[in-house]
Ligand binder design. Sequence first.
Ligand code: DGJ
Length: 690
Amino acid sequence: MIQQKSIRIQTKRAALEFEVDANSRLNQRAFGGNASDESTVVAIPTSGDGWVFEPAIRAVHADGNTSTDLIVEGVSQHADLTCIDLRDPEYPFYLQLFVRAIFDLDVFEMWTVIRHDEESEVVLEAFASSSLDFGTGDFRLTQFSGDWADEANMTSEKLTPGIKSLDSKLGVRAHQFTSPWFLLSKGSDSRTPLQSDSPPLPVRSSEDEGVVFAGALAWGGSFKFSFEVLPKGRLRTVCGMNPYASAYRLAPGVEFETPKMVWAYSDRGTGELSRKLHRYVRDEVIRDGNSPRSILLNNWEATYFTFDEDKIVSLFAGAKDLGIELFLLDDGWFGSKYPRDDDTQGLGDWIPDLAKLPHGIGALTEAAEKLDLRFGIWFEPEMVNPRSRLFEEHPEWLIRQPKREMELQRNQMVLDLTNPEVRSFAYGILDTTLRENPGITYVKWDCNRYFTQPGSSFLSPQNQSHLQIEYVRGLYEVMGRLAAEHPGVQVMMCSGGGGRVDYASMRFAHELWPSDMTDPVRRIFIQWGFSHFFPAIATANHVTRSGDRPLKFAFDVAMSGRMGLDIDLAKLSECEREVAAVAIATYKQIRDIVQLGDLYRLESPYSGSRSSLMYTYGDRAVVFAFSLGESFGNPLRLKGLEGGKQYQVKEINPECGRELTLSGGFLSEQGLPIPTLGKFESVVFLVTGQ
Ligand code: DGJ
């Protein structure tokens, strides 16, 4: 037992402070800026022994006791890691709370490890990774929600007494309707204005000012974030894997580790917060986060399932001429008895369809290699169509409920990755394809449905509620093997658009596909949403024909992230080919700025007809402005430049010859002159320090 100790976890501008009280209970001061002087409250609320709000931990002990009490037994702090050891004073039930603080980024990772030595299983019914208190104030929650082809729409609301929860019960992926991340801004407490001398401040969080937190759960399965404004106005958050239908029977001696809940803090608005998170994602989440990505041509929207070897090879030459660096062969390349000619069959039969590709994948990789084009391929390793050989051979490998009619989504079922045999199969098909075709250097990992009938024939009847957790653990084993054994193969994380966009799945990938919505007009909003949590280098944006927008506009929107194309190059007119060639050459000129630079969001598409953003990298910057309606040429105030420095500014894509030299001070205060833009027109400027 430890008595009365204060534990301070400090980053550059934030602090998380715990206190062990005279009874060895762990308490917490409001999380936030350095100088928090709020009183302390319980740090890890447990169910059944006094706490009547949302618990972080609920356990049913081996003797049936449904309460848990935790006292601190030890604290260790080494470098960036703090570990607080707690136990139930009456039971050999242990919980370790870990906090890793990344000093420069004001990022805190929190997770727990639970274990016990009781005489038989303990049932865990709530197992949050983090249960932080934020003190009193006016809180606004911003969530990023939507649906297939409509991801990451931003909605903000004031939190009021009671619980607001964001959650997912989808199992195989964190998101289709709600992203596993959110923003939480904190303004001054306006509940009791009469007690204060000065009038209450409005809730305020903008790009450049205000106290704002970001939360993200590094977990690719079901999650739950609860925001509870308690009676005296304190905000308590409880975040972690979703305990819904997931009671976990923990055997004695086995460790149960919860995923990392990632918190970031800024007292200078969401712009700085995103830049910190971008740095975190590059350095700690995605693979090779500091190496620029190739320009990719995908054939999905260009051909869908209708292609053959000649068609694919014919795309290579055109791609090379335009300066494209990587070709991605999408869905439809496999299946024999049940060729994958549409989405009704073939999924699970990962052998090339010889009717379409008579010489296999090898002929394609060789043809690509001759032109010095990299080659990538699409997989959906966790899924099966009932019309497939795999289904005929292994009907028992599915996630489904006995005695219920199979519920198909996109004509497919999920394979049961809790079963080690299924995991070997899933890894085996990737491994075999990559070993047989060493020319493949890129994999798009897709996932086009979620659980609706969560039953496993591998898990025992009493462990069915482990499915949601064990599935994701199994998935990570397969993804981990792919990354470890094929380190040279880049991975795009896709899930029927932006469904697998959590900070854990992305550890196995280089980039993500944010949405199947590729109309650049809608895409501006989707990319805006994603930009709060992911840097441009991780966000794949493809130019397509969707929406039939001007091609330059489509290119400019794609260029503001990791640019690629998904169009039939053979169908480009002469004039369009010229637009594409110029855009690709332009992107190569600014790729390092976009992919490695710092993002400044300038004008939100949610608040006007012009949306704009810029990236700075060293003494160069690139500015994008998109017009969603008629937009008048208001000067655009730039950010991130040095006030006293002179900058040359020129319009690019295409270059129009006009150049201006203006000081950083002028550009940030008076603004960059922008022409009046018609609907769906756009401009890109390169800014170079002199
Ligand atoms: C859904 C993905 O989001 C698309 O990009 C494409 O790969 C299709 N699946 C293929 O079935």
